[in-house]
Write a protein that binds this ligand. Structure first.
Ligand code: SF4
Length: 461
């Protein structure tokens, strides 16, 4: 029996879970009530969020919130753990292609202070380690490595360098000085091919000089050798090509999900769950096959809701294009409470949403995709894609959310807003969202409300 889609708070999910359990809900090994993440892992933020009421969303949340636990279990079962930092979506494709390896992003610790409402003390510990609030919340990663209370210490730590932000570069170097050996690989800053220079097309309608693609291919080959040594199996072309096909399976599902949700007349799935689903593209939440199943479940739920003409956010909601992930997940709920819905997104890893070419030598295909990272090229390239997608998705306004202390945000938001206003004339704002935004809610609420009202007023004006 289908239940009308709506958002539930944690208390309501307790009752919903009991109902689902009694009716025989099949659950994966990591299943269970959402409440247990508050009781066991102290994920107190869940008490202030509202979640989609579908079993598919329950599975998504349980998958996300059990990642550290599943990584520890994988290690106990003999798997090797690869900590892959900063590249967002490249090295995990290689690691997952090899048997017995699990890849995760220690960078993901930046959400821990939000989920635990700072009860983990990670930001305070980072302060004491010399990484104060002038750094982005990714600084939580450093004490998480040191205290070992969150993710397992990786057997191999890989980090891209070169065209990366100052924050991450400084934090990763500090990590190495503390004794965590890192395999660095170079990511050049993407540039347009010069006149007469051999050029290469990249996913996302971008281009780069062939010499840059060759450089990244060579670097990834070096990473591949280290991964192969760890797995005890060579990462050859056949093996990597199979890994790319499997990664593309997840990317195709995500693409269908994004089209179905962002293109529907009203939102069939809340933007909070969509943000989490999009994050699965990065490293499959440490389990590629399960990530594919989770995405498949969400897509089936959304398709069924669209067929039934049932939605969680009404068609009257203002269509907002959202740029950058939020440090506090509560902000996603807030937008919908104020009459907005997300109709498109750029959470800083659009290259991980694009299909990896399957008609090229696999290492070159991966290198081209890595070079399409919006964060390694000019902001104008990122803005051009945002403008294109705003047009395609009929966005009515744009929000650029700043991450406190993040060096990449220093000028980028301003440039994106300028281009958006100039090219498509949409109302657009930049807001800063801290890891726990409760104290800022009135200010954030007023600004989002004003944007939503402006967007709606333009419909008739
Ligand atoms: S959020 Fe920005 S500053 Fe922080 S690690 Fe990511 S790119 Fe760097």
């Amino acid at each position: 029996m289908n239940t009308a889609p709506r958002k539930l708070n944690l208390d309501e999910w307790d009752a919903r879970y009991e109902q689902l359990r009694r009716s025989g809900l099949p659950e994966p090994a990591y299943g269970g009530p959402l409440r247990r993440h508050v009781l066991r892992e102290k994920d107190f933020r869940l008490q202030h969020l509202r979640f989609d009421n579908s079993p598919a969303a329950l599975r998504l949340w349980n998958f996300l919130l059990t990642e550290n636990e599943r990584l520890h279990q994988a290690r106990a079962a003999g798997h090797k753990i690869v900590g892959t930092m900063k590249d967002l979506g490249t090295v995990p494709v290689m690691a997952c292609a090899l048997p017995g390896l699990r890849a995760f992003y220690p960078d993901g610790a930046w959400w821990t202070p939000c989920l635990m409402e700072c009860s983990d003390q990670l930001l305070q510990q980072a302060d004491r380690m010399g990484l104060d609030a002038s750094f982005c919340p990714v600084r939580a990663m450093l004490p998480a490595f040191e205290n070992g209370e969150h993710f397992p210490r990786p057997d191999l730590l890989v980090c891209s360098t070169g065209a990366i932000c100052d924050d991450f570069s400084a934090i990763a170097q500090r990590l190495e000085h503390l004794g965590h050996a890192i395999l660095w690989w170079e990511m050049p800053r993407r540039r347009q091919p010069a006149a007469g220079e051999a050029a290469c097309a990249l996913p996302g309608r971008l281009a780069a000089p062939q010499i840059q693609v060759d450089c990244v291919s060579a670097e990834l080959r070096r990473v591949g050798r280290a991964l192969g040594d760890l797995a005890g199996k060579t990462l050859d072309d056949d093996c990597l090509a199979a890994g790319i096909r499997a990664a593309n399976q997840a990317r195709r599902l995500l693409d269908s999900l994004r089209r179905a949700v962002y293109g529907a007349p009203a939102a069939p799935l809340p933007c909070l769950e969509m943000l989490v689903a999009e994050m699965l593209a990065l490293h499959f939440c440490s389990d590629r096959e399960e990530a594919i199943a989770v995405l498949g479940g969400l897509l089936a739920e959304v398709q069924s809701r669209v067929r039934r003409n049932e939605f969680v956010v009404s068609a009257a909601a203002a269509r907002i294009f959202w740029v950058n992930p939020v440090a506090d997940l509560r902000a996603m709920n807030l937008l919908e409470e104020l009459g907005g819905r997300i109709c498109g997104s750029d959470y800083m890893f659009t290259h991980a949403l694009d299909l990896i070419p399957e008609n090229l030598p696999p290492l070159e295909a991966l290198a081209r995709t890595a070079l399409a990272d919006p964060m390694v090229g000019p902001t104008e390239d990122r803005a051009a894609r945002i403008v294109r997608e705003c047009r395609a998705n009929r966005a009515e306004a744009v929000v650029v959310s700043r991450i406190p202390g993040a060096s990449h945000c220093a000028r980028e938001g301003e440039i994106i807003l300028e281009i958006v206003r100039r090219e498509i004339g949409l109302p657009a704002i930049e807001i800063e969202i801290p890891p726990v935004c409760d104290a800022m809610l009135p200010t954030l609420g007023s600004r989002l409300q004003a944007l939503v009202e402006t967007a709606r007023a333009r419909r008739t004006g």
